[in-house]
Design a binder for this molecule. Sequence first.
Ligand code: 5GP
Ligand code: ZN
Length: 117
Amino acid sequence: MTSNPDCLFCKITAGDIDADIIHQTDQVVGFRDLNPQAPTHVLIVPRRHIPTINDIAESDAAVIGQLFVAAKEIAAEEGLSEPGYRVIMNCNAGAGQTVFHVHLHLLGGRPFTWPPG
Ligand code: 5GP
Ligand code: ZN
C-alpha cells in the first residue's frame, strides 16, 4: 500500500497534518518528534506506507536504506556526527511501537546508556 488515509505519518508526509519537517527527498521525510526524548529527536519515515519492519518487502530495500542515508545527513547538520547518536526502530507494541508506519528515531545531544529500557 502506498498511502493509508488513516495513518498519522502518511498525513504528515502529505502535508495534511503539521510537523516540523527538516529533511525531504522523493522517498523519505524527516521531522522533529512531538515529544522529544533527547535534545535532537527526529523521526525519519518513508513516504510509502509500511506498517512495521515485519511488512518490509524485498522491493522496499532501497527506501529503507534511504532512511539511514537521511539519518547520517541530519546527524551531520545537527552536529552529532562526532559525539555520536542513536537510531532506533521499534517493531510492534511489545517493543514500544505506537505509530504503525515505520520510522527511524534519530536521537542525540545527550549521553545514552546500554541496554535501552
Ligand atoms: P514509536 O513509539 O511508534 O516508536 O514512535 C512514535 C513517535 O511518534 C513517538 O516518539 C511520538 O512522540 C511521536 N509522535 C506521535 N504523534 C506525533 C505527531 O503528531 N507529530 C510528531 N511530530 N510526532 C509524533
Ligand atoms: Zn502511513
